[in-house]
Design a protein around this ligand. Structure first.
Ligand SMILES: Cc1cc2nc3c(=O)[nH]c(=O)nc-3n(C[C@H](O)[C@H](O)[C@H](O)COP(=O)(O)OP(=O)(O)OC[C@H]3O[C@@H](n4cnc5c(N)ncnc54)[C@H](O)[C@@H]3O)c2cc1C
Length: 211
């Protein structure tokens, strides 16, 4: 924990173990990447995947975000998982269940000779087993792709759960109170309209999870 990652607002929601961080990052597929560009803050949603002690991001080598990060601008990467709507007896006490993580630092470009392994790690984090069924990336595709690693050294995790916390004077209000869970899950697969040869939906998908 550093001074900037110490949770001051509702510190009882802080989660502090490495396992807490990894659980949030591994459940997420999307991060918001915040940095200052030309004096203005920007916050860009992008795909993310944890690979051991680093968070990987990938993108076009022409992307403003990727080029800025590769140049070493300070970055704050945030991951958010929405778990529920908390319906309290007042608007003031109503809130949300969530798990969120913030990682501060600078990103480092993954070296050319490690790029395929890093891309494979991202694919395996999202869709285990899929990479081995795909053709290898071409040198042109690799040249067009930057992979960045943000070290998991300075971070915070906040988890909001539990029932509504209405004050005693609101408990007799004639309004339902409780939690409406939000579920993140995959739906029915939709085959590509140009799917040829009738390959089956991958069996390894049985192990795929999200959220
Ligand atoms: C889905 C969702 C809905 C939310 N709705 C609201 C809302 O409506 N209003 C509101 O005020 N807040 C809301 N929050 C909480 C919000 O993210 C902040 O935690 C809160 O606003 C306090 O911000 P702060 O800068 O004052 O916190 P501080 O405690 O001063 O922040 C200090 C440090 O704590 C860490 N930190 C702060 N917040 C988080 C976080 N969420 N996750 C991980 N690390 C964190 C960071 O490292 C930060 O630098 C919501 C969060 C989520 C995920």
């Amino acid at each position: 924990m550093s001074e900037r990652t110490r949770i001051r607002r509702l510190p009882e929601k802080a989660a502090s173990t490495r396992a807490d961080l990894e659980a949030v990052l591994d459940a997420a597929r999307v991060a918001h990447v915040a940095f200052v560009h030309d004096g203005s803050p920007v916050n860009i949603p992008t795909a993310c995947a944890r690979d051991q002690d680093r968070l990987l991001l990938h993108g076009s080598s022409g992307s403003r975000m990727m080029r800025e990060l590769a140049a070493g601008v300070p970055v704050c990467v945030t991951v958010t998982l929405l778990d529920g709507m908390v319906l309290a007896r007042s608007a003031f006490e109503s809130s949300m269940h969530y798990r969120s993580a913030m990682v501060f630092g600078t990103a480092t470009p993954v070296a050319a000779e490690e790029k395929v392994a890093a891309l494979r790690a991202m694919s395996e984090a999202w869709l285990p087993g899929r990479w081995a069924t795909l053709r290898p990336p071409t040198s042109r595709e690799l040249a067009a792709t930057l992979v960045l690693a943000v070290p998991l050294t300075e971070w915070s995790v906040k988890v909001s759960d539990g029932p509504p916390e209405d004050p005693a004077e609101d408990l007799d209000a004639p309004v339902w109170a409780g939690v409406l869970p939000v579920l993140t899950r995959y739906g029915e697969p939709v085959p590509a309209p140009d799917l040829r040869g009738g390959p089956p939906f991958p069996a390894e998908a049985a192990t795929w999870s999200i959220g």
